[in-house]
Design a protein around this ligand. Structure first.
Ligand code: OAD
Length: 248
């Protein structure tokens, strides 16, 4: 493992445009449950009852109760070493941007400046009628919450199944991926599209794919380097190797 880590560190240092692509696994060590796998949210809850526009129309209170519970977890969570390493690597100029499927906002909280949020942000809500947006600093008390401007229902400002990704964020993600010669894919199962296209865009243009995950995923077969283990531990090791080289 140490040898692969050294090769990966060299690859990242020598890159022209390195980006990271992250999923729920990077926030697992912050106490936020993943979606798939043991203990994942989709083991206990049905996405079609909680994370679709139809579910919201049918029962906004139920959907909001679930989001309120998730917001409570997010507000309690702190960025972990993996989030922090990505922010430090951006500061060092080693990585250019983080493209994330996560809605928890932990990359920004860790200090990352260039963050593309493909699936929205759970800390934000928007009015289904007038589009007014609000950013919570704690979970809302009134469930379901209502728009302070027009009293229509607010909805979590996240992407639900069956909905398109926010156009601007998707365009930025594709732009970064098209420029990237190295992508570090951290803690994603790589099964939700179109987000999961991002590593493929890099690969198809001749870029190098590095996977950091506790297990095999849909991305593993296109990965040039596979780093097995928890994101926190691996990213810290990688950072130590990179920092030694970059600052020496
Ligand atoms: P998943 O829950 O599908 O996958 C999480 C991945 O993280 C798995 O591959 C785990 O093996 C890995 N993992 C877990 N703990 C880890 C750790 N400590 N270190 C490294 N890896 C770890 O989450 P996503 O791929 O993000 O979409 O899911 C993609 C999308 O599906 C989500 O954005 C969400 C969900 O439905 C929407 O809500 C639209």
């Amino acid at each position: 493992m140490q040898n692969i880590l050294k090769d990966v560190a060299k690859m990242i240092i020598g890159s022209r445009y390195c980006i990271a692509f992250t999923g729920a696994g990077i926030s697992a060590e912050s106490g936020i449950p993943t979606f798939r796998g043991a203990g994942g949210l989709w083991e206990k809850y049905k996405p079609e009852e909680l994370a679709t526009p139809e579910a919201f129309t049918r029962n906004p209170k139920l959907v909001w109760e679930w989001y309120k519970w998730r917001l409570e977890l997010v507000f309690k969570a702190k960025p972990n070493p993996a989030h922090k390493v990505l922010a430090r690597l951006e500061e060092l100029g080693v990585i250019k941007c983080v493209i994330t499927q996560n809605v928890d906002g932990l990359h920004r909280e860790a200090g990352s400046k260039c963050v593309v949020e493909l699936h929205g942000n759970i800390r934000r809500a928007r009015c289904i009628k007038c589009g007014y947006t609000i950013t919570w600093d704690k979970p809302p008390e009134e469930i379901p919450p209502r728009c302070p401007q027009c009293r229509s229902l607010l909805r979590p400002d996240v992407v639900w199944f069956g909905e398109p990704l926010p156009e601007n964020e998707w365009r930025k993600a594709v732009e970064h991926a098209s420029k990237a010669d190295v992508i570090i894919v951290i803690g994603t199962s790589g099964v939700v599209y179109p987000a999961a296209m991002i590593p493929y865009i890099v690969k198809e243009r001749g870029g190098v794919v590095i996977e950091v995950n506790v297990q095999d995923t849909a991305i593993t077969n296109i990965a040039d380097y596979v780093l097995r283990g928890k994101a926190g531990k691996i990213m810290v090791k990688l950072y130590e190797l990179i920092k030694r080289e970059v600052t020496s």
